[in-house]
Design a protein around this ligand. Structure first.
Ligand code: ATP
Ligand code: MG
Length: 224
């Protein structure tokens, strides 16, 4: 057990990021009888109370959720498949696809750049992305040689100013790409957010966690 772990096995900490993941997780928490009593968009607090005195929510960067859960500083959390693939998933149990924050990871280029032709002719591509691991695996599997350029945001800009030939980014409606004169040329994978649970917490706090996991699973089952 790490020094972060709390002795009381009835206390739970859930790690969420602000924005779509927080908002889309609220109904799942409600299904488990948990309501968050503070709003992270208006409060500056990073530790939020719930109606259950044993359950608290911490607000962290989306890409930091797996790290908090891996080290046991949070017992469970919600993170995108994109984030989990970059993190590697070490120390994390990933029991449920929550079917929230759905989008896809795609390759996009500036309008007019002939991606297929470049790939066919074995050109070396410069690819800018936040998702270096996933991009590396994707192009390696296709046998395409790439120089990866790590960015932390605004990937759409890179091809427009000649930093890269292509980007690997998340796409939902495609309107950000269109607004920047970019074209989606290849879909790499579907993305949704997963529940992640600290492996030690799963054993030591099973009595508290199990009913919440079951409620999440029921509430996130794909409708149809
Ligand atoms: P940060 O703002 O801290 O850099 P972020 O941009 O990854 O992080 P969000 O935009 O809240 O944070 O994205 C959180 C998760 O939601 C992503 O990891 C991804 O799985 C998913 N996501 C990202 N963009 C979209 C989108 N346009 N539509 C649906 N889901 C998305
Ligand atoms: Mg974002």
């Amino acid at each position: 057990m790490s020094a972060f772990s709390r002795p009381d096995n009835s206390q739970l900490i859930l790690a969420l990021s602000k924005g779509r993941i927080f908002e889309d997780t609220l109904p799942l928490l409600e299904a488990a009888g948990i309501s968050v009593t503070e709003n992270p968009e208006t409060s500056r607090k990073l530790i939020l109370a719930t109606n259950d005195p044993d359950v608290r929510v911490i607000i962290v960067r989306a890409s930091d959720v797996p790290t908090y859960v891996q080290h046991g500083a949070a017992d469970f959390g919600v993170a995108g498949k994109d984030v989990l693939l970059e993190h590697g998933g070490e120390g994390l149990y990933q029991p449920i696809d929550l079917n929230i924050a759905r989008c896809r990871m795609s390759v996009a280029v500036k309008a007019g750049f002939d991606y297929e032709n470049a790939v066919r002719h074995g050109a070396r591509l410069r690819v800018a992305t936040k998702f270096v691991q996933t991009a590396r695996e994707h192009f390696a599997a296709k046998g395409v040689h790439v120089d990866l350029i790590k960015l932390y945001g605004s990937m759409e800009l890179a091809p427009l100013v000649g930093l890269s030939d292509a980007i690997v980014d998340l796409v939902s409606t495609g309107s950000t790409l269109r607004a920047n004169n970019l074209v989606e040329v290849e879909q790499i994978m579907e993305i949704s957010s997963r529940l992640v649970v600290n492996q030690a917490a799963l054993k030591l706090k099973r009595a508290r966690l199990q009913p919440i996991l079951e409620a999440f699973e029921r509430a996130s089952a794909p409708q149809s």
